[in-house]
Design a protein around this ligand. Structure first.
Ligand SMILES: C[S@@+](CC[C@H](N)C(=O)[O-])C[C@H]1O[C@@H](n2cnc3c(N)ncnc32)[C@H](O)[C@@H]1O
Length: 217
């Protein structure tokens, strides 16, 4: 089959799946920018991570549904924000009320430094990463790029989390995955691997949810 026809078929299949997807419909109804909102909601239903007053860093935040979820969970009764949310993405993101946003490539040192500056010296309660590279179609290179983002997110968490803080990271099963999970185990006292209901069965994505940052040796 010619490559163009194959691509067209797969785009059509994606569109059909998207239009009938229960989480897409729910996101439209609830005002979330992406179905991925429900992955974070389901992780939080299990772990009760978010509450007003905490500080959150959202890595790979665009289009913004995780920031929207965090914003809602950090709200006082009158809807005002109690706590802090700093989000970043390589892509632009429409503002989410009260959320500080930095656009930049997380792989670049000066972007990480700028993010660290915005976050400030106070340690944070949650570092969450839903980062995923733009797929090139070359599986081995996509996997390597995705694992690099996971490792950088872990490094950021090690530098900026409170000892009692939470680290949430999306990782795809494949080359480098088990080494990453082992690295998270070395850094945190409690590590779980969650597959929220809203995560497609056909996707190899898993969410590594860790708590209790161990002191660095
Ligand atoms: C699955 S989307 C995140 C969805 C988001 N959590 C939400 O709920 O709206 C993955 C994001 O990772 C971002 N990303 C990929 N590579 C990145 C990089 N090098 N630096 C920063 N963000 C990156 C992409 O631009 C994309 O917006």
């Amino acid at each position: 089959m010619p490559v163009a026809t194959k691509k067209l078929r797969s785009n059509r299949a994606w569109l059909e799946r998207h239009l009938t997807d229960r989480w897409v419909k729910l996101a439209q109804k609830d005002g979330y920018r992406a179905r991925s909102a429900y992955k974070l909601i389901q992780i939080n239903e299990k772990e009760r991570i978010f509450k007003p007053g905490i500080s959150v860093v959202d890595l790979g935040s665009a289009p913004g549904s995780w920031s929207q979820v965090a914003r809602r969970l950090l709200s006082r009764k009158d809807g005002s924000l109690e706590g802090r949310i700093v989000a970043m993405d390589i892509l632009p993101m429409d503002p989410v009320d009260g959320v500080d946003f930095l656009q930049g490539d997380f792989r670049e040192q000066d972007v990480c430094d700028r993010l660290a500056e915005i976050v400030g010296s106070a340690k944070v309660d949650v570092v969450m990463s839903d980062m995923a590279p733009n797929l090139s179609g070359i599986a081995a290179s996509d996997q390597a790029r995705s694992m690099l983002l996971c490792e950088l997110a872990l490094e950021f968490a090690q530098d900026h989390l409170k000892p009692s803080g939470w680290f949430i990271a999306k990782a795809f099963q494949g080359s480098g995955y088990s080494q990453f999970v082992e690295a998270v185990h070395r850094s945190f006292t409690r590590v779980q691997i969650l597959k929220p209901e809203a995560s497609r069965d056909t996707s190899s994505e898993q969410y590594i949810v860790a708590k209790g940052l161990k002191p660095r040796r």
